[in-house]
Design a protein around this ligand. Structure first.
Ligand code: CU
Length: 119
């Protein structure tokens, strides 16, 4: 009888563990961010998405690192959000309207950025 109880408790703790620990994963997305303003903009847009735990962008490499819950949000949705914020996400191009609304210095096609390095 005692053994059955222990077995049941072990089983219970295993199943509840699976439910209580949402699976998170981290993905890196190459964006077309230009400066710190872009960084803040993207981090805010992605960081406030449902299921996203953390979003941080490195301006130098333009790589956005996102930690998210796999059950709540998909990479495709995150990339689309980056696009509608006005930036490329890997091979997905930025939404043109959103991109054109960005300040000049943040536009990848901006004259400020052509023919040389920004900053
Ligand atoms: Cu910018």
């Amino acid at each position: 009888m005692r053994y059955i109880l222990i077995f049941l408790m072990a089983f219970w703790s295993l199943t509840s563990f699976g439910q209580d620990a949402p699976k998170t994963t981290t993905v890196q997305i190459k964006t077309s961010a230009q400066c710190e303003m872009c960084q803040k903009r993207i981090e805010k847009a992605i960081g406030t998405m449902k299921g996203v735990k953390k979003a941080s962008l490195d301006v130098k490499s333009k790589v956005l690192t996102v930690t998210y819950q796999t059950e709540k949000v998909e990479v495709a949705a995150i990339k689309t959000k980056v696009n509608t914020t006005g930036y490329d996400a890997d091979d997905m191009p930025a939404d043109k309207k959103a991109h054109d609304k960005l300040p000049d210095c943040c536009q990848k096609t901006s004259s400020h950025n052509s023919g040389g390095s920004h900053h």
